[in-house]
Every structure is written in structure tokens, then in C-alpha cells.
Design a protein around this ligand. Structure first.
Ligand SMILES: Cc1ncc(COP(=O)(O)O)c(C=O)c1O
Length: 410
């Protein structure tokens, strides 16, 4: 039996414990939804204030030059690169994830004009499926998008497949895919590989260089804590830069934007994937949020993440045997940084928990998701969260009609 004191002892020896002070968290609340929207850090607030009150207020239009605003998408790209195992100059921060996926898909389909199939996962995030279908329909040749069971990928790979697009950590179950093995198989079939890192960046160690990944994109509002609707990031392996064209070109991706030439000529490197003016306040928030990674490594985060999720699963199974179905793999190599529990009353359970100060979220039709961000979560938080889940389940308060009213965001 695991005691609260055991958890307190783990916190006392936790080398990440002081990082929690960087975050603004509500007193008494246990936030298990950093896999949806990460909380704000002191450094984020400082940096946003600096951009608004100094660079914008006083510098005004001069700040595009004097404060280096134009270089922010590539400078922040280099900061994110260290978290995904990319080289400097291979990552850019801009737009939002779906838009960046559109750029990568559109560009990639033009690199494999002799092929007409795109494979993606039927369990992929719906936005990924919408955008791949839309880009395939505009490829300039007949294309087929196959939404497959990802476990049948081997059978589906052949010389027709131009591109495979998968999400590395499943947004429902938290299952993490074997990026290296899958990328190798995709390349062996002569196809290109695009990974969605929405639930991976800042959550698990990634090494796009070692895994020979062609393209990837991810959002920064989850485990990178960049803020609601924060800009996303795009990775293009050096060998594809120059060859992969941005299907949504804009003036700031031009080689000479202030020459106002009528003919588009892409800038060198990742700059070519910039379409529009950088969103400076949003970039400032991400810049501040990334400061925390100057002090911690993703490997330290991973060790604690696995310990937190192991602890949560053990406590749930000990205190509430047979109540939930565990959807997240037990195997460490297959687990991201969230735990998904299935229950027919999942929506009401999550709403009741939020009222009891444990914030998780719900994914249709019956999944309770709990995200574990080691930067600010303590072992005692996991213990206390499970205590509150036990209260909600034993009192059956989740059945109260007020918890059945569906919010727009679940
Ligand atoms: C796996 C995955 N892909 C894509 C998206 C869409 O991101 P965006 O709203 O930045 O387009 C999300 C959002 O949560 C996601 O989880």
C-alpha cells in the first residue's frame, strides 16, 4: 500500500522540485491538464510584459529591426530544436499546428509526384485528417488518403505511398509509437515520413536526427506551456530544405521581402516556411516559457513522468479496482506523459473532479484524460488527486445533473 508519506519522501528527493516555483498555479488545485494547455510561468509573464511595455510601447515599428523581431521564428526554432534532437536551422516557430501540417503535406506531395497514396491513422487527431484530405485534394493529381489501423502499416506500405503521417503520442490513449522503427520502414518503401509531435514535445525525449525523420510539426501550448493558441513549430530535415517548397508562400518567406518583387523566390533555409508577420506577443510568451528548459533536461523530465504515471496507475488500481479500464500502455517504451481511463460516466466524473479541484479532461465517448507534467507536479499531488477521484466515485457525485451539461470545450 502506497502512503502519502511515501509520496512526500519522493518529493523531498526530487531534483525537479524547485522548478514548480516558476509556475503560477491555483492554490489547492491539482492541474492534470498540461497535455491540453500548460500553465503560465513567471518568465512568460516577464517576457510578454517586456515586449508590450518596452519593445512595442517605446520601440514601435523600429523594434522589427532593433529588437530582432524578424528573427524570432528562427531563433525560437533553434530553442525548440534542442528539445526534439534537431540541428540548429532545422526548426521554425510560426502559425498553428494544422497550418504547419498543411505546409509540410503540400510540400511533401510535390516531392513524390510518381506516387498517389497518403497513409494516416484512423485514430489520428481529426484536424490532421481534415488537413491531409484537403491538401491531397489540391495536390494537382488524383490522390487517395487511406486512414488505416496504424498496426497494419507494414501491409499498407508499397510503391504507391508518397507520404505517411502519424501522431507520435496518441491524443486519446497516450500510447507512444516507435518513431525510429516506423520511420525506417516508411523509408524502406521509398515514402516520406511526417510526425505530429503535439503530445510529445516537452513530454518525452525525441531525436529526429537519430530517427532520420523527414518532417515534423508540433504545438507549443501543451507541454511547452507557450499559452492558449501559442505558435506551433515545424521541422524540416536539412537534406530537404530547398527541395521542399512552402505551398502557402508569403512575403516574409521571400528571399528579399523588402524588394517587393512580384515573383516569389523562397528564402534560404527554414525562413521559406514563414508566410506572414510573426505574432510577436505570442512568440514572447513561448520564449519566456522555454526558459525553464535552460535549467532542466528532457531526460530528467522523462524519468519523473514515468514515475508519476506509474504511481497514478498503481494508486487507481489499488483504491478503485475494476472501476476504470486503463487505456494507456503499461510498458514505458509505449507511454507518453498522460494516463487515459475509460468509464461510461467519464464526462460527469471529469466535471465533478474539476469542482473538487482536480483538473483533467474528457475525450468522447468515454475517456478521462490525466496529463502529468513533471515540471510542476509533485508526487503528493498524484496521491491527493487519486483520493479525490475515490471521493467522486464513492459518493457518485458525478451523477448530479449539473455535471452532465456539455461544455463547448470538454
Ligand atoms: C495531435 C494533434 N494534432 C493537431 C492538433 C491541432 O492543433 P492546432 O489547434 O494548433 O491546429 C492538436 C490539438 O490539440 C493535436 O492534439
Amino acid at each position: 500500500m502506497i502512503l502519502r508519506d511515501d509520496c512526500a519522501a519522493l518529493d523531498a528527493s526530487d531534483e525537479l522540485s524547485s522548478v514548480r516555483d516558476e509556475f503560477r498555479l491555483n492554490e489547492g488545485e491539482i492541474y492534470l491538464d498540461g497535455n491540453s494547455l500548460g500553465p503560465v510561468t513567471e518568465s512568460t509573464s516577464r517576457r510578454v510584459n517586456e515586449v508590450i511595455n518596452t519593445e512595442w510601447a517605446h520601440g514601435l515599428v523600429r523594434s522589427w529591426n532593433s529588437a530582432g523581431w524578424m528573427a524570432e521564428p528562427t531563433r525560437l526554432g533553434d530553442r525548440v530544436a534542442t528539445l526534439i534532437g534537431a540541428q540548429p536551422g532545422e526548426v521554425l516557430v510560426a502559425d498553428t499546428l494544422t497550418i504547419l501540417l498543411a505546409k509540410l503535406i503540400g510540400g511533401a506531395l510535390d516531392l513524390r509526384t510518381d506516387r498517389h497514396v497518403v497513409l494516416t491513422d484512423v485514430a489520428n487527431f481529426h484536424s490532421d485528417i481534415y488537413i491531409v484530405e484537403a491538401m491531397a485534394a489540391r495536390a494537382g493529381r488524383p490522390m487517395t488518403v487511406k486512414t488505416i489501423d496504424r498496426n497494419t502499416l507494414n501491409e499498407e506500405l508499397n510503391e504507391d505511398v508518397a507520404l505517411v503521417m502519424l501522431t507520435h503520442v496518441d491524443f486519446r490513449t497516450g500510447e507512444m509509437l516507435d518513431m525510429k522503427t516506423i520511420t525506417e520502414k516508411v523509408h524502406a518503401a521509398g515514402s516520406l515520413m511526417l510526425w505530429d509531435f503535439a503530445h510529445s514535445a516537452g513530454a518525452v525525449p525525441l531525436d529526429v536526427t537519430d530517427c532520420d525523420v523527414d518532417f515534423a510539426a508540433g504545438c507549443s501550448y501543451k507541454y511547452l506551456n507557450g499559452g492558449p493558441g501559442a505558435p506551433a513549430f515545424i521541422y524540416v530535415r536539412t537534406k530537404w530544405q530547398g527541395a521542399l517548397l512552402n505551398p502557402l508562400p508569403g512575403w516574409l518567406g521571400h528571399a528579399r521581402p523588402f524588394d517587393f518583387e512580384l515573383k516569389y523566390e523562397p528564402a534560404k533555409g527554414m525562413q521559406a516556411f514563414v508566410t506572414s508577420s510573426p505574432s510577436m506577443i505570442a512568440l514572447a510568451a513561448l520564449d519566456g516559457a522555454l526558459d525553464v528548459w535552460d535549467r532542466v533536461t528532457i531526460e530528467q523530465v522523462r524519468v519523473k513522468s514515468l514515475a508519476l504515471t506509474d504511481l497514478f496507475v498503481a494508486l487507481i488500481e489499488d483504491r478503485l479496482p475494476g472501476v476504470f479500464e486503463l487505456l494507456t500502455p503499461r510498458e514505458h517504451a509505449k507511454r507518453g506523459s498522460q494516463v487515459a481511463l475509460r468509464h461510461a460516466e467519464g464526462y460527469g466524473i471529469i466535471q465533478a473532479l474539476i469542482e473538487r479541484g482536480v483538473v483533467g479532461d474528457f475525450r468522447d465517448p468515454d475517456i478521462c484524460r490525466f496529463g502529468f507534467t513533471p515540471l510542476y507536479l509533485r508526487y503528493i499531488d498524484v496521491f491527493d488527486a487519486v483520493e479525490r477521484i475515490v471521493e467522486v466515485m464513492s459518493s457518485e457525485m458525478f451523477r448530479d445533473p449539473r455535471f452532465t451539461v456539455r461544455n463547448a470545450v470538454t
